[in-house]
Design a protein around this ligand. Structure first.
Ligand SMILES: Cc1ncc(COP(=O)(O)O)c(C=O)c1O
Length: 387
């Protein structure tokens, strides 16, 4: 059922106040093709819709308990799909992953403390450090001749030596689409452990990994001084329902985290978010397997389109996520210029500088859309670059 035809059908989303389409049209006008924010143009699994409709039909929505089954759903999903087992006590419900990142910073560091990130990386990593009054300590990723990125562990170690108190890892990595191998993760942990620096690993993209790459959670390697963040939000496109989870086996960290949650007044457990997450984790496997097949085809389509129409562009190999990192530096435009040109050509991407200064001249392409839109987007991008 969840075959090419199903995903090719896409979804008409205009008029739902969705950021991706309606937000973009407000800024850029109609007929613009949005290839930006990490949100997919497909129906979420039918089981989610059915569960939400069933609960919505009962006409009152008072305070509602989060049950063991609600917590077991993500636990079982992670054990089933990623080989990671956690107990119920090790799971904390959160409103969203970015809140989870900020809570980690607030719990494990003090104002002014250094927090390591690896740019280019999802903008809210940097913004969370800044918003909490901590000091940004960058250990930028490095790209090889094929634009494949790796960690610079010497830079991480330099920042540890300079006094960093926490590191934030994006795994798999947005925007450079890397799946960190077990060896790479172990090497990183070895450095951090030498200095006693805890690690928060944002694993929201764990489900989007293309063979032969294999996702490894940091929890498969180490249970102390680490915590991970995950959600159904990206995997099943339910980000508007604002529900995420922290997994942490380190009791001391969990206690500090819980104290921060209490002090900051963060409240989780929106009825619909909890119901959707449970339905997704319990019943979403077949839909997700179909989606991954389709996205794998889209990933290939994008590479072909870029090779054919954008000879000056370099596409970073896509090992994970539905987000591709496109190096357009040879065309000589800044991200600001690229934004103007692409808007004029009626297509919108995420500018590389959202991910750090070293993203200047890059665009991030969201390919979680009906396959036909990819060719169209690349043709519009070609027009933008040649105008
Ligand atoms: C790496 C990463 N973390 C977190 C988020 C946002 O998650 P949430 O909406 O749960 O805060 C995104 C969204 O694109 C992301 O790419």
């Amino acid at each position: 059922m969840f075959d090419r035809e199903y995903f090719d059908a896409g979804l008409y989303r205009i008029g739902t106040d969705c950021e991706k389409w309606d937000g973009c049209r407000k800024r850029e006008g109609g007929d613009v093709l949005p290839m930006w924010v990490a949100d997919m143009d497909f129906q979420s699994p039918p089981a989610i819709r059915e569960a939400l409709l069933r609960r919505a039909a009962h006409p009152t929505w008072g305070y509602t308990e989060v049950t063991d089954a609600d917590i077991d759903a993500p636990r079982d999903f992670w054990a089933r799909r990623h080989g990671v087992s956690v107990t119920r006590e090790e799971v904390t419900l959160l409103p969203c992953v970015v809140t989870g990142l900020k809570l980690a910073i607030l719990s494990l560091t003090k104002p002014g403390d250094g927090v390591i990130i690896q740019s280019p990386v999802y903008g809210p990593f940097r913004m969370s450090v800044q918003a909490t009054g901590r000091t940004l300590m960058d250990a930028p990723l490095t790209a090889d001749a094929h634009s494949r990125y790796t960690m610079d562990l010497e830079a991480v170690e330099r920042q540890c030596r300079a006094g960093a108190k926490l590191m934030m890892l994006c795994s798999p990595h947005n925007p450079v689409s890397r799946v960190w191998s077990r060896e790479e993760l172990q090497a990183l942990l070895n450095v951090l452990n030498r200095y006693g620096v805890p690690l928060v690993s944002d694993e929201i993209h764990a489900d989007f990994v293309y063979a032969p790459a294999r996702f490894e959670s940091v929890l498969s390697l180490q249970r102390t001084n680490v915590l991970t963040l995950c959600a159904a939000s990206k995997t099943f496109n339910v980000a508007g329902l604002q529900t995420a989870f922290m997994f942490c086996s380190d009791e001391a960290i969990r206690t500090r985290y819980q104290e921060t949650i209490t002090a900051s007044g963060v409240v989780s457990g929106n009825i619909f978010g909890v119901i959707a997450s449970r339905a997704a984790f319990e019943q979403g496997d077949a839909w997700l397997d179909g989606l991954l097949d389709y996205l794998d085809g889209n990933r290939k389509e994008l590479a072909e389109q870029v090779a054919e129409f954008l000879p000056g562009a370099v596409l970073t190999p896509v090992e994970a996520t539905y987000l591709a990192w496109l190096d357009l530096r040879s065309y000589g435009f800044t991200c600001e210029e690229l934004a103007k040109r692409t808007a004029k050509a009626r297509v919108v991407f995420t500018g590389g500088t959202f991910f750090g200064d070293n993203g200047e001249g890059f665009l991030r392409v969201n390919f979680a859309c009906p396959r036909r839109n990819i060719g169209e987007a690349i043709r519009r991008l070609k027009n933008a670059l040649e105008a």
